[in-house]
Write a protein that binds this ligand. Structure first.
Ligand code: PLP
Length: 398
């Protein structure tokens, strides 16, 4: 049915032209440049970082340091204040930092619309430290409702953008300032925000930020951006190679050079190809012009079109109150999983279910399973039009 699509947006030419991938909130596609940079590492300087003196390793070390700098520039922070550590993914980074925080905080705060990657670790952390956990409400515009008096000396863990409907933490800057006044800290889950709302992120004085390369057109790698002042207070318990200056039979001394503090969160050998790919991905993101416009304009235009179209389908219940590159809905006429399967027969890939937000969607809002459409820079207007047309046909025939 969609064999006539012209597709093949620049840098994603390797995709089959009938492919309509609408699951970028899970994993974005990788542009050819990122794939090439990783293959180049494997084929031309496949070495270990931070340890070797031969040319390949020296080239890799330079790339790693350059990637740390590019990440900081991307999120608008300075290398004198923040360190960048590479890890597995957002979830792992959150657990790694939360699990090693000093025991000086009064409570842990999160919100009702968090991914399980935040919702669950905050539960486990509160239980282990025997401190209260408070789940606050996020309004439709994404802002967190809170009482300044009640967040004293708290740890807040919040997403900067929801993976259900893209709502953004518009009051992030104020929350960070209010927490800091009483000794609190703010940890940001930027898994979605990193490829959409880095302006909100960069303007805030966050203590730590977590994101995944695979949701920003990069490799499967996690990134932690953390204040050095917080990093040096962590009670480091995940420990091993690449982290120490010296070791005695019963003691060790962690690397203390201010420029090498990231090593405290990088246990053992890292995903070096992933770091190299992320380096290229950041350059690519800054210069890419999908269909000749900026990445922001491209996403905004597609999101607006999709929102307008879906809003007009009477049997569809949209979760979104405004356009976003991430959009979820259910239909009175057909179950979400069946709908996703029917769409798949037309090479359209969407998600169905609760998207790891079981508390908010299933238990708080009591919604049925949803369909989620998430747009990426590899999508075209033609693809979104085809998706809308196909969706309407399926619903009419259900
Ligand atoms: C908002 C949000 N937070 C956290 C995660 C977890 O990311 P990862 O699986 O890369 O750790 C996701 C993944 O979809 C997400 O959307």
């Amino acid at each position: 049915m969609n064999q006539q699509l012209t597709n093949n947006i620049q840098n994603f030419e390797y995709l089959r032209k009938e492919t309509i991938y609408l699951d970028s909130a899970c994993q974005t596609m990788r542009p050819q440049q990122v794939i090439d940079a990783m293959a180049e590492y494997y084929q031309e300087y496949n070495s270990c970082g931070g340890r070797v003196k031969y040319d390949w390793g020296i080239k890799l070390d330079e790339k790693i340091q350059e990637t740390r700098k590019k990440v900081l520039a991307f999120v608008g922070k300075s290398p004198s204040e923040y360190a960048v550590a590479f890890t597995l993914n957002t979830t792992y980074g959150i657990n790694l930092v939360l699990g090693q925080l000093p025991r000086r905080f009064a409570k842990i705060i999160t919100s009702d619309i968090e991914h399980n990657s935040v919702f669950l670790p905050t539960m486990a952390f509160a239980k282990r430290l025997n401190i209260p956990r408070v789940v606050l409400e996020r309004s439709e515009n994404g802002s967190l409702s809170y009482d300044k008096e009640k967040i004293s000396n708290a740890i807040a863990v919040l997403n900067s953008m929801s993976n259900i409907d893209g709502r953004e933490l518009v009051n992030l800057k104020e929350i960070a300032n209010d927490l800091h006044k009483t000794g609190g800290i703010i940890l940001i889950d930027a898994a979605q925000g990193i490829s959409h709302n880095w302006d909100i992120i960069s303007k805030s004085d966050f203590d730590a930020l977590f994101f995944s390369g695979h949701k920003m057109y990069g490799p499967s790698i996690g990134v932690i951006v953390i204040k050095k002042s917080l990093l040096t207070t962590l009670d480091i318990g995940f420990i091993g190679g690449g982290m120490v200056e010296d070791v005695e039979i019963e003691t060790y001394r962690l690397i203390s050079d201010s420029d090498d503090l990231s090593s405290r969160l990088e246990i053992g050998l890292q995903d070096f190809a992933g770091i190299v790919g992320l380096n290229t991905c950041i350059d690519w993101l800054k210069s890419y012009k999908p269909e000749g416009v900026s990445t922001n304009t491209h996403q905004k235009n597609l999101a607006q079109f999709l929102f307008n179209e879906l809003s007009q389908i009477p049997t569809l219940k949209l979760i979104n109150s405004s356009p976003s590159p991430i959009l979820s809905f259910w239909s009175d006429k057909i179950d979400a999983h069946r709908l996703a399967i029917f769409l798949s027969t037309q090479n359209i890939m969407v998600r169905s279910g609760y998207f790891c937000c079981h508390y908010y969607l299933k238990n708080l809002k009591k919604y049925p399973p949803l369909v989620r459409v998430s747009l990426g820079l590899n999508n075209t207007q033609e693809q979104v039009e085809f998706f809308v047309k196909t969706l309407k046909t399926i619903i009419i025939n259900s």
